[in-house]
Design a protein around this ligand. Structure first.
Ligand SMILES: CC(C)(COP(=O)(O)OP(=O)(O)OC[C@H]1O[C@@H](n2cnc3c(N)ncnc32)[C@H](O)[C@@H]1OP(=O)(O)O)[C@@H](O)C(=O)NCCC(=O)NCCS
Length: 143
């Protein structure tokens, strides 16, 4: 991924990620930079001519596992969805993470994101330990 594409990647993520789903609120310029600045970045773009059609952001290590690749963010412009763009990005990302030494590649998918769950399932991912995101709303007394 060329650094000149960062603005387009940020815009596409802002357009397609539902930031009302709490685990997605981390989408930001910093989220992109974290992968680009990592020791083994795997940040790839798919182009339609000169225009950004999709991207995937991954890097080596996940939490304490230095041998796990982390494929964290993937998005495809709605006008290019359903054409296998994400599938190709997933395959390329996993291949590059394997070259960087990954023994596994991990990714997380929100329960309601069936498009993403199907995508991962079609590309060899199986569901690992499920972690639910529990939220307690805080009530503030009036007055
Ligand atoms: C999830 C997401 C990345 C999938 O992108 P995509 O490019 O549409 O995915 P693919 O095209 O590879 O696969 C989607 C469908 O297209 C089909 N497809 C694949 N190649 C195709 C082709 N050449 N022609 C027609 N359809 C094709 C797939 O079989 C699949 O169909 P199915 O779901 O009915 O089985 C996209 O929906 C997206 O950006 N969502 C918002 C962001 C998001 O939720 N990201 C994941 C969390 S970080």
């Amino acid at each position: 991924m060329e650094t000149s594409r960062i603005a387009a990647v940020l815009d596409l993520g802002n357009h397609v990620y539902d930031t009302t789903v709490k685990p997605y609120t981390g989408w930001s310029l910093t989220a992109i930079a974290a992968h680009l600045d990592s020791g083994s970045p795997v940040c790839l773009t798919a182009l339609a001519g000169e225009r950004l059609a999709g991207f995937v952001l991954g890097s080596m290590s996940f939490e304490q596992r230095g041998d796990w690749g982390h494929m964290e963010w993937i998005a495809v412009d709605p006008i290019h969805q359903g054409q296998g763009v994400a599938g190709r990005l997933v395959e390329a990302c996993c291949e590059k993470l394997a070259e960087a030494g990954a023994s596994s590649v991990v990714t997380d998918v929100a329960a309601e994101n069936t498009a993403s769950a199907k995508l991962m399932g079609r590309h060899g991912f199986t569901e690992g330990k499920a972690v639910s995101f529990y939220v307690r709303e805080v009530e503030h007394p009036q007055g």
